[in-house]
Write a protein that binds this ligand. Structure first.
Ligand code: S3P
Length: 182
């Protein structure tokens, strides 16, 4: 019997701050569950024909947020998949409501110090450009944690390797299944 079949019935949406591993964990999770993987940031870039950095610089953050909202609404119409969202997506009330109605949402959470260390390895995030990552993340946590708290599940990742987080997520999903699900 296919023990992951019950986990493939709905899209699994990963939410949380920058650097927590939504894309890396999401890709591995999709692999493990044999589901397609979609990365909302990459889909926004494809739809706009430019990088997120260029979207912010040339069109501004509101245009990015609008594109993000539209792209996620479109992805949620697709058959079940693992969806890595950008850090700000679940903060938009419309997007959050849509994700909550069409997917199982999982908040990946880690200490801000861990995230700050990780995000310095990549310079493709316009919200961090020229700023102290820990300060940006602290301010985001303050504003965003209440919204992330509305996710169906929370997985505390600590500083664990991504494959460990994938196991935690699978366990959390199994625990979340209604009792008696095949
Ligand atoms: C953002 C997070 C980024 C990307 C954009 C804005 C945010 O995605 O969507 O730079 O507002 O937190 P990641 O969380 O995948 O880095």
């Amino acid at each position: 019997m296919d023990r992951y079949a019950p986990l493939r019935r709905r899209t699994i949406a990963l939410v949380g701050l920058m650097g927590v591993g939504k894309s890396s964990v999401g890709r591995r999770l999709a692999n493990a569950l044999e589901l397609p993987f979609c990365d909302a940031d990459a889909e926004v870039e494809a739809a706009a024909g430019r990088s997120i950095t260029d979207i912010f610089a040339e069109l501004g953050e509101p245009a990015f947020r609008e594109g993000e909202r539209r792209v996620i609404a479109r992805l949620l119409e697709q058959p079940p998949h693992v969806l890595a969202t950008g850090g700000g997506a679940f903060i938009n009330p419309q997007t959050r409501a849509l994700i909550k109605s069409k997917a199982i949402s999982i908040w990946l959470k880690a200490d801000l110090e861990v995230l700050a260390r990780r995000v310095t390895r990549k310079d493709s995030r316009p919200l961090l450009a020229g700023r102290d990552p820990l300060e940006v993340l602290r301010a985001q946590a303050e504003v965003r944690y209440p919204a992330y708290g509305e996710a169906d599940l929370v997985v505390e990742t600590g500083d664990a390797a991504h494959h460990v987080t994938v196991e935690q997520v699978i366990q959390a999903l199994r625990d979340h299944l209604p009792a008696g699900a095949p």
